[in-house]
Design a protein around this ligand. Structure first.
Ligand SMILES: C[S@@+](CC[C@H](N)C(=O)[O-])C[C@H]1O[C@@H](n2cnc3c(N)ncnc32)[C@H](O)[C@@H]1O
Length: 183
């Protein structure tokens, strides 16, 4: 007769195996970005450059452990931070790590299906292929004047407003600038 603890352990193990296999399939076959943390020095550099205003909304696409959101949340208690993460293990980790911050919400969501129209800032650390595929969504479905920040991987057809450098690595800043939108 299996015990309750045994059943919980089995359910957890199955969840980890299934979500881990899906993650491997998504990375190897579909070219999705793997779970890797942004480097601490990049985060420091971005934070030193940012100036957020009360009431703004800051998104992280593929939040993982959300290291940037956690560093910003304490500094800007009146800013709302939203992390989007589709993979179970990074989502669980991000959710647990963000528990102390009442202004961060980590949604278990595929960012392709997300409404980004309210974001003032969007942070990405993804890969070359995903940034190329995301370019249209990021430049057409976002607020005019929204800032897109991408660590290491650039948008191939959009001129950055600014580039920060840390050694060999670059952090690209883009400003959405559509003449046809007034919001
Ligand atoms: C390179 S990691 C970056 C993690 C975190 N943003 C950071 O900077 O430390 C990329 C993350 O994006 C997630 N991801 C990839 N494709 C995604 C998608 N379509 N929707 C949501 N999350 C995605 C991965 O699971 C992974 O956790």
């Amino acid at each position: 007769m299996p015990t309750i603890a045994g059943l919980i352990f089995l359910a957890l193990a199955l969840t980890i195996i299934i979500s881990g296999s899906r993650q491997i399939y998504n990375i190897l076959i579909r070219g999705h970005a793997p779970f890797v943390f942004s480097r601490r020095r990049a985060i420091k550099k971005i934070i030193a450059d940012l100036n957020l205003a009360d009431g703004q909304i800051f998104y992280e696409l593929g939040a993982g452990g959300a290291p940037l959101l956690r560093r910003l949340a304490g500094r800007y208690p009146q800013v709302k931070f939203v992390g989007l993460e589709y993979a179970f293990i990074p989502w669980l980790l991000g959710t647990i790590l963000c528990l102390p911050y009442r202004n961060i919400k980590i949604n278990k969501q595929n960012f392709w299906r997300a409404d980004l129209s309210q974001a003032d800032f969007i942070y990405c650390f993804l890969n070359v292929r995903v940034m190329a595929e995301l370019e249209n969504k990021l430049t057409t479905e976002t607020k005019n004047k929204a800032t897109i920040i991408s660590y290491i991987f650039r948008l191939p057809n959009t001129e950055p407003a600014k580039i920060l450098e840390i050694g060999q690595e670059k952090i690209y800043f883009y400003e959405v600038n559509r003449l046809d939108k007034s919001n």
